[in-house]
Design a protein around this ligand. Sequence first.
Ligand code: HSE
Length: 311
Amino acid sequence: MNLARATAFAPASVGNVAIGFDILGFAVDALGDRITVSRSATPGVRISGCSGLPVELPTEPERNTAGRALLALNVAVKPDFGFEMHIEKGIPLGSGLGGSAASAVGAVVAANALLPRPLPKIELLKFAMQGEAVASGSLHVDNIAPSLFGGLVLTVGIDQPRVKQIPVPAGVMAVIAHPHMFLSTKQARAILKREVAMSDFVWQTANLAGFISGCYTNDLDLIREGLNDVVIEPQRRQLIPGFSAVRSAAIAAGALGCSISGAGPTMFAWVPQAQAETVRQAMVAEFARNGVETDHWVVPVQSAGARVVED
Ligand code: HSE
């Protein structure tokens, strides 16, 4: 018996993870979007409404991240029914926590559950990427892939993306501090220089390789050494009030590394569990000293990714 309706939860995510610009991200299960998709007798895709956080989303499917993702799935699968979708936003837009990616991922995961022959997640990734492009103006996967698959995820390639879930040493937690302000991803991308100095390229490549190797070998020193963005962070940190003080406080309190979540303004730190609360308090206090209120979480880096849930 095919389902007539399904609701999917798609988690927030931290894109880039400092050194993997546009290719690395991890899921944050503490918050997410819930997308409900119902079968409809009318072919095509419609958005019936939005609820949750007060955000103004376009309801024309072509202009909506979840709508565009579902349109891409609809064109590829050509089901003999239509889709009607309700979006419940749990991730603030412009937060750097992958809100648009989560909506796109939730839409295709919910719709997939209605198909007579559901597709594997790797097929859904391409549809969700089309949705993400509506919001950010570019085809990047660093939020889509972790929201869909869960955990720390590396994606290689765009046309035929290959996804690798990277193991994270036991006991490593993430601290997330979300300042109450909006930062447009498009704007935060527009300020980036088109060229990278050769010395920075070498340094950043070493840091990414060291970070990934450290994850596979449980080497926290290598992770600490690698979790250091010398290319993007220096260009974006002035967009976040108190960035340098928050980062320094996190490191002084025991964080392995601390940087911008995606395009910001949210900041994240990786930290051994025993120091996680201290790091959280240090980051929140520094933001407050700079006049910025935050929402904050301590979360494991491992998680299940997007999934169908009870209505
Ligand atoms: N990786 C992209 C950026 C999106 O930093 O612009 C982040 O969520």
